[in-house]
Design a protein around this ligand. Structure first.
Ligand code: PLP
Length: 383
């Protein structure tokens, strides 16, 4: 922890990995602790707080410490993927519990809930992401144990009012958990809006270099529900590996500048192409025409993320042709890296997907904006 500036801003603490200096050599970057087991004292205690690598790893704890600061929480857990973070929260529910989840959400979580939720004994009820009156009515009807939100939600970028969702959840004693992968703690801190848990696919912006699969959960309180989540990570064995935790530590040191640069690029692209004659619609919460703009502007600061989607005139084939024409944007899944990506989501998600076929999702990176705009211009001109 930063000895000299204990009250430094999260941005400063992240840049310095909480001011870490390794005591043996003075190294300003932490080592990777790779031990799977730790020495016991003669009296059989573990005075140094580490027993075995499945629950205990100092590189993991360091990275968790940074993330806890960034989200303004009280504790964090790093796990092997965003999916193991999301499912770890749902697995902490009890058979017979109900979870309210949004219609538009990361498809992998929706798929897992549809395939396993019922078998797990958890009832899943869907709500429309941006309809808080409907969420309230469903909450009163079903009295859920958990409300799940994802904002902006992948890949339509619908915005959910977090403060209102938290009030609704708490009115029946439910928890609000938020997949904040796209917003990142740079742009939005859901716990400050009343959420109980924040989840990230740390594969995305938290790492930022498209070379780690990781997930994270941050909690507002270390209560019984949190202790169940901690026990699941330990007992199921989903802890992140030490090398991956170290890469996350390195990624978080530049999180703020990466996210701000990607958000500025995405905003420039959204504004430049919003009225393009070959596009049906530009989906980006930073545009005043976006239905969720006012709420996004209230609960996000410093930008609206690097993610946007375009609906292409002429339907699915034209959208696929546009992606085929792009030269700088790589056709690849995932998001949140420094390089720009484009993806036709419908062909990934399949026919049960609510995503329209004419939609292309863009993860805007930190390249020079003129190059990205020129690439999109030439690709649009060619369809
Ligand atoms: N949540 C969101 C919003 C995502 O975009 C993703 C992955 O694309 C996930 C969760 C799942 O994360 P992971 O691929 O790290 O398991």
């Amino acid at each position: 922890m930063s000895k000299n500036f204990p009250d430094a801003s999260p941005e400063t603490l992240a840049a310095q990995a909480l001011g870490f200096v390794e005591p043996l050599t003075g190294a300003v970057t932490p080592p990777v602790y790779i031990a799977s087991t730790y020495e016991r004292e003669a009296d059989l205690t573990y005075a140094r707080g580490h027993i075995y690598g499945r629950p205990d790893n100092q590189t993991v704890r360091l990275a968790e410490g940074v993330l806890t600061k960034l989200e303004n929480g009280t504790a964090s857990l790093l796990v092997a993927s965003g999916m193991s973070a999301a499912t770890g929260i749902f697995m902490a529910l009890k058979p017979g519990d109900t979870a309210l989840v949004p219609e538009v959400m990361y498809w992998g979580v929706r798929k897992w809930l549809n395939e396993w939720g019922a078998e797990w004994g958890v009832k899943i009820v869907y709500y429309q992401n941006d309809d808080m009156a409907a969420l309230k009515a469903l909450t009163e009807q079903h009295r859920p144990a958990l409300i799940w939100a994802e904002t902006p939600s992948n890949p339509m970028w619908t915005v959910t009012d977090l403060a209102e969702a938290a009030r609704i959840a708490h009115s029946v004693g439910a928890k609000l958990a938020v997949d904040s992968t796209v917003a990142t703690p740079v742009l939005s801190r859901p716990l400050e809006h009343g959420a109980d848990l924040v989840m990230h696919s740390a594969t995305k912006y938290i790492n930022g270099h498209s070379d780690v699969i990781a997930g994270a959960i941050v909690t507002a309180k270390e209560d019984d529900f949190w202790r169940r989540i901690v026990a699941i990570r330990k007992d199921v064995g989903t802890i992140i590996g030490p090398f991956e935790a170290w890469l996350l530590l390195r990624g978080m040191r530049t999180l703020h500048i990466r996210v701000r640069a990607a958000s500025a690029n995405a905003m420039a692209i959204a504004q430049h192409f919003e009225k393009h004659p070959k596009l049906e619609r530009m989906l980006y919460p930073g545009l005043p025409a976006h239905p969720g703009h006012a709420i996004a502007a209230r609960q996000m600061s410093g930008g609206f993320s690097g993610m946007l989607s375009m609906r292409v005139k002429g339907g699915e084939q034209k959208a696929i042709a546009l992606a085929a024409n792009l030269k700088l944007f790589k056709r690849a899944t995932s998001l949140g890296g420094v390089e720009s990506l484009v993806e036709h989501r419908r062909s990934i998600e399949g026919d049960t997907s609510p995503v329209p076929g004419d939609l292309l999702r863009f993860s805007v990176g930190i390249e020079k904006i003129e190059d990205l705009i020129a690439d999109l211009e030439q690709a649009l001109a060619a369809i």
